[in-house]
Design a protein around this ligand. Structure first.
Ligand code: IYR
Length: 335
């Protein structure tokens, strides 16, 4: 795979195509980052971002993971002390998941976000941004019922992080796109360049295929799950036979097949080959080198949900296992 394919594979969108092409022409040493509000436990959303970072490392880029402790605090996620403690654990779990420790720069937001220069730039951005714009940027990130002043400051700091970490490519899930658009629009007003951005897709809600999977509601998969729990969750997933693009609900709500999405965005990027184990009487094992082959067999009915689901659970379990082990260690051997 060439650098452009590695950078853009499985991306929901890039902003802009032109800028990413330019980056892909000479990726060596260029810097990409993704930021997370630290939480104690890595979940499937973090894993999706990490998969993209692994692609970028393979393309020759430098990769930064921002453990956004101040952002988590501004978003009401706990006391500063609690948050700092979870940041270290999160870093260890990313490494367990497969981010190469030597080639990944882990940074705490608080290392540079209190510097005078940063704070002055922040105030300059505050002057350039209306409250309603900041509020809109937070619509898919803010926690709690109403937007606090701290949450209006949050996206402006996220914009500045891109400058202060000297980033060529900002990565985030689709829920981050409004913050990135705000960054693109406002950074030039304080004489910085508009950042190039790449957004990863969101996985559909596991049990219904309606709406998006979220760590705060509904079913999610995380490093906390045992093998049996993963099997149970995947077994209960919405996965209508033969339907790659399921029909919308009667109310017109979009539905997707989350089992296929997880194969596409989580399993194939990390495994060269996927084997579906089937007894001889049902046709024997199936082997796939790419997601497209698996999807084609699912669409034709050759691959049935009853075989796809246990296979997905088996591969997800392999992805989760090292993080689960790390978590056990972090918690002092219990669980
Ligand atoms: N908004 C992210 C956290 C975050 C990301 C980046 I990239 C930053 O520079 C700062 C914070 C979240 O929702 O987790």
């Amino acid at each position: 795979m060439d650098a452009h394919d590695l950078i853009t594979r499985n991306a929901a969108e890039v902003v802009t195509e032109e800028e990413v092409k330019e980056l892909a022409a000479d990726p060596e040493g260029k810097r990409a980052y993704v930021g997370y509000e630290p939480s104690g436990v890595l979940h499937i959303g973090h894993m999706l971002g990490a998969n993209k970072l692994i692609d970028l490392q393979e393309a020759g880029m430098e990769v930064v993971v921002l453990l956004a402790d101040v952002h988590a605090y501004l978003n009401g996620k706990g006391t500063f002390e609690e948050i700092r403690e979870t940041a270290t654990r999160m870093q260890e779990q990313f490494v367990a998941y497969g981010l190469d420790e030597e080639n990944t720069e882990f940074r705490l937001g608080s290392e540079f976000q209190f510097d005078e220069e940063y704070v002055l730039d922040l105030h300059a951005l505050e002057l350039e941004t209306t409250l309603s714009r900041a509020e809109r940027a937070m619509s898919e990130i803010g926690s709690g019922d109403s937007v606090t002043v701290s949450q209006a400051v949050y996206p402006l700091m996220q914009a500045l992080d891109i400058e202060y970490l000297d980033i060529d490519l900002a990565i985030g899930g689709m829920e981050q796109r409004k913050v990135h658009m705000l960054a693109r629009d406002t950074l030039p007003s304080i004489d910085y360049e508009s950042p190039t951005c790449l957004h990863t897709p969101l996985i559909s809600e596991l049990s219904t295929g309606i709406g998006k999977m979220s760590s705060s509601s509904g079913v999610t998969i995380s490093m906390e799950d045992s093998t049996a729990e993963i099997e149970e969750k995947v077994n209960g997933a919405f996965c209508p036979a033969g339907e790659v693009d399921p029909e919308p609900t009667d109310d017109g709500e979009e539905r997707n097949n989350p089992v296929l999405e997880i194969f596409e965005y989580h399993v194939f990027p990390r495994f060269d080959e996927v084997v579906v184990e089937r007894p001889e009487e049902y046709g024997g094992d199936l082997e796939y080198d790419s997601y497209d082959e698996l999807e084609a067999d699912f669409a034709s009915g050759e691959l049935h949900p009853a075989d796809a689901k246990p296979t997905l659970a088996r591969y997800l379990d392999k992805l989760v296992e090292p993080g689960r082990e790390k978590l056990r260690e972090q918690r002092g051997g219990e669980t």
